[in-house]
Write a protein that binds this ligand. Structure first.
Ligand SMILES: *Cc1c(COP(=O)(O)O)cnc(C)c1O
Length: 398
């Protein structure tokens, strides 16, 4: 008989009852170092007292009123995002896919409202992940995810990632813009070359297209900048944000320049929960931590230390790992054996790591992780590599 929860996930047999910082405790008392952070989402750690207090206080006052009224918490969060990014205006929603839906609609609408209604197509990349709604599935383009869900939403063209010639070849008279992840997270922790990111901006400027940035995974400090595209010294026209922005509370956002956002007049787009007082109280509490002086520099420093450790482990265990990749605290280990064998070995050593495409083990700890915890994770990963390495290598190492 079917389980009461629908069977659409492959869940590990672990149930957690409590978390603190980068640690999680199971209901049966086992402790794990959480380097998955609920898929790069628990950005300021489990049980963060500042976030817990902000949510509890707001919940006690008023959780939800709808967007029929002004929401001071949302106005404040929007202003802070505007002050710290390229954007002039923000729209709040509840998830990454919903943010991407909003971004796609805004890109198309900006074209339609500037006399270019035929420009509806968006160039996306092989290996991308943009969500599971019908339009974001089409933007994702992975045939495996699209199978059985009817005709994919029209208007998405896929080209190889990090290949500027392919992008320029794909631009046509019906192209509205480009949507790119500055680091492909689900696709295997693959960073866009900075030169490539600049090339995308230049091509959009040259052809009058809009550059959409999917920073759902890479944003909110994950790479040591508030948003990962900042490393390339470029700005997008529109950007989707989610995961880390709520620190575990569901919250998403679309940030845009005035040139794009001004067409989102009353009635063009909406959501019932989006940006409610409770979600925005959580978002503001997360920003209090992430925007504190020195915080992002710390993320960068810890990321470099972790990356150096991962590089060393990749060299020590070539039968298990091919290479380390990624930036800041969005890191990956490309595996030489199936990642499905490496990840359980990590769990057996007390380390929660997650898988990504391209046979990659993904490490995305809470941004508040300590250096000592990074070192501990590296020790656990080393032991996991010994546990997972092929038996011939094991024998040779003896
Ligand atoms: C997770 C993710 C999404 C989808 O977010 P959901 O909240 O699961 O809808 C979209 N884009 C990127 C880059 C992501 O990592």
């Amino acid at each position: 008989m079917i389980s009461a929860l629908m069977p659409n996930y492959n869940r590990a047999d672990l149930a957690f009852e409590r978390g603190e910082g980068a640690w999680l405790w199971t209901v049966d008392g086992r402790r794990f170092l959480d380097f998955g952070a609920g898929i790069a989402t628990s950005s300021i750690g489990h049980g963060n007292p500042h976030l817990v207090q902000a949510i509890a206080e707001q919940a006690g006052r008023v959780m939800h009123v709808s967007n029929l009224y002004r929401i001071p918490q949302a106005e404040r969060l929007a202003q802070r995002l505007v002050d710290n990014t390229f954007a002039d205006s923000a729209f709040f929603c509840n998830s990454g896919a919903e943010a991407n839906e909003g971004m796609i609609k805004m890109m198309r609408r900006a074209m339609a409202q500037t006399g270019r209604a035929e420009r509806i197509r968006i160039i996306c990349f092989e290996g991308a992940f943009h969500g599971r709604t019908l339009a974001t599935l089409a933007a994702t383009g992975n045939p495996h995810y699209l199978e059985g869900f009817g005709p994919p939403v029209e208007g998405f063209d896929h080209v190889p990632f990090n290949n500027m010639n392919a992008v320029r070849d794909a631009i046509g008279p019906t192209t509205a813009g480009i949507i790119v992840e500055p680091i492909q997270g689900e696709g295997g922790v693959r960073p866009g070359d900075l030169q490539f990111m600049r090339g995308l901006r230049a091509a959009c400027d040259e052809f009058g297209l809009l550059l959409g940035m999917d920073e759902v995974q890479s944003g909110i400090g994950r790479t040591g900048k508030l948003f990962a595209h900042e490393w390339a010294g470029i700005t997008p026209d529109v950007m989707s944000v989610a995961k880390g922005i709520g620190g575990g509370f569901p919250l998403g956002a679309v940030l845009a320049t005035e040139a794009v956002a001004k067409f989102l007049i009353p009635g063009t787009h909406g959501t019932t929960y989006g940006g409610n007082p409770l979600a925005c109280a959580a978002g503001n509490a997360v920003l209090d931590v992430i925007l504190a002086p020195g915080f992002l520099e710390e993320v960068e420093r810890k990321g470099k230390r972790l990356r150096a450790g991962l590089d060393a482990i990749a060299r020590e265990y070539p039968q298990v790992f091919v290479e380390a990749r990624g930036m800041g605290l969005l890191l990956g280990m490309k595996c030489a054996i199936p990642v499905g064998e490496v990840q359980p070995a990590c769990i057996a050593e007390g380390l929660l790591a997650i898988t990504a495409g391209d046979n990659v083990l993904r490490l995305a700890p809470p941004l508040v992780v300590s250096e000592a915890e990074c070192d501990e994770a590296l020790d656990m990963l080393r032991r996991a590599a010994r546990r997972a390495q092929p038996s011939a290598a094991k024998a040779a190492a003896k």
